[in-house]
Design a protein around this ligand. Structure first.
Ligand code: TYM
Length: 334
């Protein structure tokens, strides 16, 4: 059976981009014909400073978010990265396979480190190597992500190929990115050229999964648009990034194609479309945030779910790490 792996950082709030680009698609991929492993990547989160109490809180809240959105912890393996030590152990091997130049080319590194690269953490630089380990420690074949992770997945393939080549063995699979759907790149509500992100200083730029109905409606009402009516065909979105973004969001929330949505709303003004979008967003998101809050009332249960997930995960990761060590020539204690 094909194996799916993906992860989300427990840093700050889950937002609509995470939900539509990743989480909702994780739910769609669950099923008897797939083995699914989903991960809160706390080791990735600390590549930039995280307050310890907030990190623990965000990790549990993210776990609640996964479950509230529809991840079934029986059907999927739901884990916190640091509880499955083989991720970090394989990452060290990959640090010795990957090249400095590969990491230096990563646009996320360049964006996040900014001008002062000397002052960024070493972990931030090596981030993609740990991400490759997350995926390959399961021999995962399919990785659902948003558009912004594409370059990291290409690097994951490069690491697998170089490892296999260096050691002369066909061991790690060459992973397929799964970047699909209407909302692989949800943009800021304030600026159609920037992606929606948790690090944007303006909270009006994003919809958080924990926002209440009034806040969601207000953010959509204030979202930047242009003065024209909506087109009835996709060509009409050319050069209109804000209109395109709201239509993509609508399509993803409604489980419709962009063509279907435009056939329905073409000709309408934003004054009419925005309340429709707000109503749909609230209808889809409010039950998730209510369920997240309910699950957060029993954190001991969340911790049990993660402990159980880690145990199931390690049944897969421990043998793959041992095989990797054998290939590399590490003497076993057994
Ligand atoms: P992270 O935590 O930044 O984002 C989690 C997921 O949400 C997607 N995403 C978006 N999709 C559409 N529009 C947006 N505006 C938007 N913002 C975020 C991301 O593409 C991602 O799928 N490096 C990863 C976490 C990670 C991982 C992995 C993913 C660690 N190991 C292994 C896959 C496989 C990250 O920082 O995602």
């Amino acid at each position: 059976t094909p194996r799916v792996f993906s992860g989300i950082q427990p840093s700050g709030n889950l937002h609509l981009g995470n939900y539509l680009g990743a989480l909702k698609r994780f739910v769609d991929m669950q099923g008897p014909e797939m083995e699914t492993v989903y991960c809160m990547v706390d080791l990735h989160a600390i590549t930039v400073w995280q307050d310890p109490k907030e990190l623990a809180h965000s990790t549990r809240e993210l776990c609640a978010g996964f479950i509230a959105a529809g991840i079934d912890p029986e059907q999927s393996i739901l884990i916190n990265q640091s509880q499955v030590p083989e991720h970090a152990q394989l990452a060290w091997i990959f640090n010795c396979v990957a090249r400095m130049g590969w990491m230096q080319r990563m646009t996320q590194w360049k964006d996040k480190a900014g001008k002062n690269q000397q002052n960024a953490s070493l972990g931030l630089f090596a981030y993609p190597s740990l991400m490759a380990a997350d995926i390959l420690i399961y021999h995962a074949t399919h990785v659902p992500v948003g558009e912004d992770q594409k370059q990291h997945l290409e690097l994951t393939r490069d690491i697998a190929i170089k490892f296999n080549h260096d050691y002369g063995i066909d061991f790690f699979p060459v992973t397929e990115p799964v970047i699909e759907g209407a909302a692989t790149r949800v943009m800021s509500l304030r600026d159609g050229s920037k992606k929606m992100s948790k690090s944007d200083p303006s909270d009006m730029s994003r919809i958080n999964m924990t926002d209440d109905a009034d806040t969601i409606a207000q953010k959509i009402r204030k979202a930047k648009t242009d003065p024209d009516a909506l087109p009835s065909e996709i060509d009409g979105l050319e050069g209109r990034p804000e209109a395109r973004n709201l239509i993509n969001i609508y399509a993803a929330l409604a489980d419709q194609s962009v063509d279907q949505v435009l056939a329905e709303v073409g000709g309408k003004q934003f004054g009419e479309f925005k309340p429709m979008l707000a109503e749909l967003a609230v209808a889809r998101l409010a039950p998730i945030s209510a369920e997240m809050a309910r699950l957060m009332d029993d954190q001991a249960e969340i911790d049990r779910i993660l402990a159980r997930g880690a145990e199931r995960a390690r049944a897969i990761t421990a043998p793959i790490l041992r095989q990797t060590y054998d290939i590399v020539g590490m003497v076993s204690s057994a």
